[in-house]
Design a binder for this molecule. Structure first.
Ligand code: ADP
Ligand code: MG
Length: 262
């Protein structure tokens, strides 16, 4: 696969929800692309349309205007993208193992085959020994890993992850970052990752799209030119990273101030 070829693209995408009388303009003229195998983050304030944008990627929603293409096709993309929604949506009455296989079962894989495929991944996902536990018996990070296991068990060219670590404490997040980049390196798939945390975006991404407040526009596409594997401590001490962080925070803050001034 040509790593420089475009995997996913939005061109001139705007979206308006018409669910109430005034309607809500969620996104405005968004242009964005991901190359094969690229890790790209969407960084933006709450309500700026990040989750909406991910729904276009997996075909759950069509934009009011503009073009969405996956692997060069503009047709329905549902089923070609691994999607982890903002809520982990684990079924409380299913064991971790049987939650993990839902995606495969939806694809028509038999329960036996799906279970054996999932069992091979439990160690890599840090869930070994918890196969037969229920979600309520897991810690927050384990639940997120279980939801990620379900997402990654299905082989896809693109995974879209909606704030998967949003509810975790900051130390747990650090270890999840290292772990996710290992998983991504082995998959060689593209990831579109939503976050509102600048440090998280910097650690994980090849590129970061900074979004404005609603209606979400792209303010900047910034490359994070750092070798991998990355290390949180050396990133903290790297002046290039600090400068980039200051720039991204500046963009976010200016935009929020403009919003409150206007
Ligand atoms: P984010 O994920 O960045 O927090 P969302 O994509 O969830 O933002 O939402 C963007 C905007 O669109 C918000 O103002 C939200 O209230 C609105 N919105 C989201 N989903 C719907 C919907 N189904 N109907 C009406 N408005 C919606
Ligand atoms: Mg969201």
């Amino acid at each position: 696969m040509n790593e420089l070829a475009t995997c996913f693209e939005l061109a001139g995408v705007s979206h308006r929800y018409e669910s109430d009388r005034q309607g809500t303009d969620a996104l405005l003229d968004v242009n964005l692309d991901l190359k094969h195998g690229e890790f790209v983050s969407l960084l933006g304030p709450s309500g700026c349309g990040k989750s909406t944008l991910l729904k276009f990627a997996c075909g759950l929603l069509s934009p009011s205007s503009g073009k969405v293409s996956l692997l060069g096709e503009t047709a329905q993309t549902l089923g070609q993208v691994g999607y982890m929604p903002q809520q982990d949506l684990l079924f409380q009455w299913r064991t971790v193992l049987d939650n993990a296989i839902i995606g495969l079962q939806t694809e028509g894989v038999s329960k036996k085959e799906a279970r054996s495929a999932a069992l091979r991944q439990f160690k890599a996902f840090g869930l070994e020994g918890f196969e037969n536990h229920y979600p309520s018996q897991l810690s927050g990070d384990m639940r997120q890993r279980a939801a990620l296991l379900r997402t990654f068990l299905v082989d896809r060219p693109l995974y879209v992850l909606d704030e998967p670590f949003g509810k975790l404490d900051s130390l747990t997040r650090l270890s999840m970052h290292r772990w996710l980049t290992d998983i991504w390196r082995d998959r060689k798939a593209a990831i579109l990752f939503v976050t509102h945390d600048v440090d998280e975006a910097l650690f994980l991404s090849d590129r970061i799209y900074v979004m404005s407040s609603r209606p979400g526009r792209i303010l900047e596409s910034a490359s994070v030119d750092l070798p991998r594997p990355r290390n949180h401590i050396s990133m903290t001490q790297n002046p290039n990273v600090s400068n980039l962080k200051a720039k991204l925070l500046g963009l976010l803050e200016t935009n929020l101030n403009e919003e409150s001034d206007g």
